[in-house]
Design a protein around this ligand. Structure first.
Ligand SMILES: C[S@@+](CC[C@H](N)C(=O)[O-])C[C@H]1O[C@@H](n2cnc3c(N)ncnc32)[C@H](O)[C@@H]1O
Length: 279
């Protein structure tokens, strides 16, 4: 009966796959309730309460954004690019589940990453903290230089006084990453209800043209002393935004950048490097 309901909603093949995943889920939620939620349109990842991100399993809860495969892909590529010879101070803006800094912590050698993740959403910060513990990278108060660590912090990076001293994150940074909200108003109106009913609009909407957060990031990294020489700034962008984001970085921060394509050949990531390299 459950499988028939799912098939009516998703088609036979997809329903069979998802049914197997639900049966295998380590969750106190009954199979029947899972199917009903899925039939009502809830994303599968929220029902399963986890999502693979590279080799990591990331815990999930609505309304925190579900990590996307394109984000996973550029994060892995970024980790391959970095060849740290000393501890890198990493700042992830709009951290959500913490997936980007956690994957960097996992992929880079131990003792080379001290990451902080900023998010305006208390739900995201709580979940990112849980993920830091689950993935083995939570920052202990005593500190331990031989481990990679990630600490999420609630704050808005649109705040003109960001980062306040009391947040305990001190520039300069060696790596700034962000997958900020970048959906424009017209695109937001066209999103499926599977997205708009479950994922936080604050995680999606990037202002009328979708570019508000890139202006803020460029202004931040342009500040004197915000980046170390040779720092890298990597931001995910919407499918038609890469050229405009390159312009914003050039005009606001005076830094040149390159564009990385995602596996579907879309211009997905703008990667800027300041003059000397950290490799
Ligand atoms: C597109 S989601 C990305 C989440 C995660 N980095 C990922 O790739 O899955 C953007 C995140 O930015 C956060 N955010 C929105 N406005 C913010 C602000 N002003 N300051 C800090 N974080 C913000 C949202 O809460 C959301 O978690």
């Amino acid at each position: 009966m459950s499988l028939a309901l799912l098939s009516a909603r998703l088609g036979k093949r997809q329903a069979a796959l998802e049914y197997q995943w639900m049966k295998r889920a380590k969750s106190p939620v009954s199979l029947e309730e899972m199917v009903n939620r899925r039939v009502a349109g809830e994303p599968l990842q929220y029902i399963l309460e986890e999502q693979p991100f590279g080799p990591l399993s990331i815990k999930l809860r609505p309304p925190v954004l579900i990590p996307r495969p394109e984000t996973e892909e550029w994060t892995i590529r970024l980790a391959e690019l970095l060849r740290p010879t000393r501890m890198l101070s990493v700042l992830d803006l709009g951290t959500g589940t913490g997936c980007i800094p956690l994957l960097l912590c996992h992929l880079l050698p131990a003792g080379m990453v001290r990451a902080h993740g900023i998010d305006i959403s208390p739900a995201a910060v709580k979940l990112a903290g849980e993920n830091a513990v689950l993935c083995g990278f939570s920052a202990s108060p005593a500190g331990n230089a031989s481990r990679n660590t990630f600490r999420p912090i609630q704050a808005s990076f649109l705040d003109p006084f960001f980062p306040h001293k009391h947040l305990g994150i001190n520039p300069p940074f060696d790596l700034v990453t962000s997958n900020p909200p970048y959906i424009s108003w017209s695109e937001y109106l066209g999103l499926s209800t599977e997205v708009t009913h479950y994922e936080d609009p604050k995680a999606l909407f990037g202002g009328p043209d979708g570019l508000d957060f890139y202006h803020a990031i460029a202004a931040l990294v342009a500040r004197k002393g915000f980046l170390n020489p040779g720092a890298v700034v990597a931001v995910e962008v919407g499918h038609d935004q890469a050229d405009r984001v390159q312009d914003i970085f050039r005009t606001t921060a005076n830094i040149e950048s390159e564009i990385w394509l995602d596996p579907w050949k879309k211009k997905r990531t703008v990667v800027a490097r300041t003059r000397s390299t950290i490799e």
